[in-house]
Design a protein around this ligand. Structure first.
Ligand SMILES: *Cc1c(COP(=O)(O)O)cnc(C)c1O
Length: 398
C-alpha cells in the first residue's frame, strides 16, 4: 500500500489538534493579538505555561543575554544555568537531584523509568506495576499515555505499554488495594487533575496514600506539570497536602514558554541514574535552563505566588457570586489557586467560543462540561473584572 504523495492541496501540518480559527501573532502580559490585529484577554496562559504572562521583561532580558553567549553544548559538558536551576529547584523542594528534559511527557516518562529502575534494583520487582488514577493525564508518549487512565487517550494506538494499574481517584478503598498489592512498585498522581476536569485531590486521601507508600517502601510520584510553579498558590501543590513526593515532575510554567521539563527525586532513588542510564540531547540546555533560572528569580523578586493567592481569592469570590446568580447554568466552581474549573450545564466548548467571538476572551475546557480558566499568576483585579463581565454577559444570553 505504497501511496504516492497527495496531489490535492492539503494543510502541511498534521491535524492532530482541533484549532480555533485565529492565528495568534503577538503577546504581552495577559493579552494577545491575532493576525487581524484583534486584541484578546488570554486566560489560558498557553495552558498553564505563562505564569508570568506573555514575554515577561525579566525573562526576556535574561534570554537575550543567553542568546549572545551560548545556545547549546550537549550534556557531555557541565552547563552553568542547568546546575544553577537544579540547585534552585532542589533548594525549594523535598527532592535532592534533578534531571532535565524538554516537556511534561518527557519528565513523566523519566519519572516512570526511574521508578522502574528502583523497582528492579532495590525492590527486586522488575515486573511490578505503577498505580495511577482514573481521569489522570500524564502525557502522550507511549508510556505516559499508558499511565493516563483515560480510554479516549489510548484508543487506536495498538497494544498499550504494560505495567500500569488504574484505581479510582479520591477513593478510600484505594488505600487497602495498594497495601495488599505486592506487585505495586509506585503510585503516580496529580494533586489537582487538570485535563481530567480540574479535580483537586482530597487531602486526607493523599496523606493516607503517602503513608501506605512509605510503609511499603515504594515511591510516590507526584506529577506537577500543570499544578507546579505557583499555579495553586504554593510553589508546588504537594506543599498544601503536607506530604513529600519521592519523585516530582515539573514542566509547563518552568521556562515561561521556553520548552523545558524536569523530574526530581530523593537521593536514594535519583542515585540509581548512573552515567549512561538515561539521556536527552536538548534536555537542560543553556537556553531553556536560563529561562528557568530567570523565571524563579522573577517569581521571588515580584512575589508572584502572593499575587496568585490574592488574585485567586478575588476571582473565586466573583465566580461564586456568578454561580449564585446563574444557579441553573453553573453547577460548580472548583480548583486550587488559579487552576480554576467551572462546571457548566451547557457544553463548555459553546461558552469558550462565545467568550472568544463576542468578548475576545480566551479560556479552555477540561472535558465536555468543565471550563478551565488559567490566567497568568500576575493577572490583576481589572483583568479578572473584564473576564467576569464577559462571562456574565454570555450566561445572560443563554
Ligand atoms: C500538560 C501535562 C502533561 C504533558 O505535558 P507535555 O509538555 O504536553 O508533554 C503531563 N502531565 C500533566 C499533569 C499535564 O498537565
Amino acid at each position: 500500500m505504497l501511496n504516492t504523495k497527495s496531489e490535492e492541496k492539503i494543510a502541511p501540518v498534521m491535524s492532530a489538534y482541533g484549532r480555533f480559527p485565529i492565528t495568534i501573532e503577538k503577546g504581552k502580559g495577559t493579552y494577545v493579538w491575532d493576525s487581524e490585529g484583534t486584541k484578546y484577554l488570554d486566560f489560558t496562559a498557553g495552558i498553564a505555561v505563562l505564569a508570568l504572562g506573555h514575554v515577561p521583561d525579566a525573562v526576556e532580558s535574561a534570554l537575550k543575554k543567553q542568546l549572545d553567549t551560548l545556545w547549546h553544548c550537549s550534556n557531555l559538558y557541565h552547563i552553568g544555568p542547568q546546575e544553577k536551576l537544579a540547585k534552585m529547584l532542589t533548594d525549594r523542594t523535598c527532592c535532592d537531584q534533578v534531571f532535565f528534559g524538554n516537556s511534561g511527557a518527557e519528565a513523566n516518562e523519566g519519572a516512570i523509568k526511574l521508578a522502574r529502575r528502583y523497582a528492579t534494583i532495590v525492590l527486586n520487582k522488575p515486573e511490578g506495576h505503577i498505580v495511577t488514577f482514573d481521569h489522570s493525564f500524564h502525557g502522550r508518549t507511549l508510556a505516559t499515555m499508558a499511565a493516563t487512565a483515560q480510554e479516549k487517550i489510548h484508543s487506536g494506538f495498538g497494544t498499550p505499554v504494560s505495567g500500569f494499574k488504574y484505581l479510582p481517584y479520591n477513593d478510600e478503598a484505594d488505600i487497602d488495594a495498594i497495601a495488599t498489592d505486592d506487585e505495586c512498585i509506585a503510585v503516580m498522581l496529580e494533586m489537582v487533575q487538570g485535563e481530567g476536569g480540574v479535580i483537586p485531590a482530597d487531602k486526607v486521601w493523599v496523606q493516607k496514600l503517602a503513608s501506605v507508600c512509605k510503609e511499603k517502601g515504594i515511591p510516590m510520584i507526584v506529577d506537577e506539570v500543570q499544578t507546579g510553579m505557583g499555579r495553586t498558590g504554593t510553589l508546588f501543590a504537594y506543599e498544601q497536602y503536607d506530604i513529600e513526593p519521592d519523585i516530582l515532575t515539573v514542566a509547563k510554567a518552568l521556562g515561561s514558554g521556553i520548552p523545558i521539563g524536569a523530574f526530581l527525586a530523593k537521593k536514594h532513588i535519583s542515585q540509581l541514574l548512573t552515567p549512561g542510564t538515561h539521556g536527552s540531547t536538548f534536555g537542560g540546555n543553556p537556553f531553556s535552563t536560563a529561562a528557568g533560572v530567570a523565571t524563579i528569580e522573577t517569581f521571588e523578586k515580584q512575589d508572584v505566588i502572593a499575587q496568585c493567592v490574592k488574585n485567586a481569592a478575588y476571582f473565586n469570590q466573583k465566580l461564586t457570586n456568578l454561580k449564585e446568580k446563574y444557579a441553573n447554568q453553573l453547577i460548580a466552581v472548583r480548583g486550587l489557586g488559579l487552576l480554576i474549573g467551572v462546571e457548566t450545564s451547557a457544553p463548555a466548548i459553546d461558552i469558550v467560543n462565545e467568550m472568544r467571538e463576542k468578548h475576545h476572551v480566551l479560556i479552555l475546557t477540561a472535558g465536555k462540561h468543565v471550563l478551565r480558566i488559567l490566567p497568568p499568576l500576575v493577572t490583576n483585579e481589572a483583568e479578572i473584572d473584564q473576564f467576569i463581565e464577559a462571562f456574565d454577559d454570555v450566561l445572560k444570553e443563554q
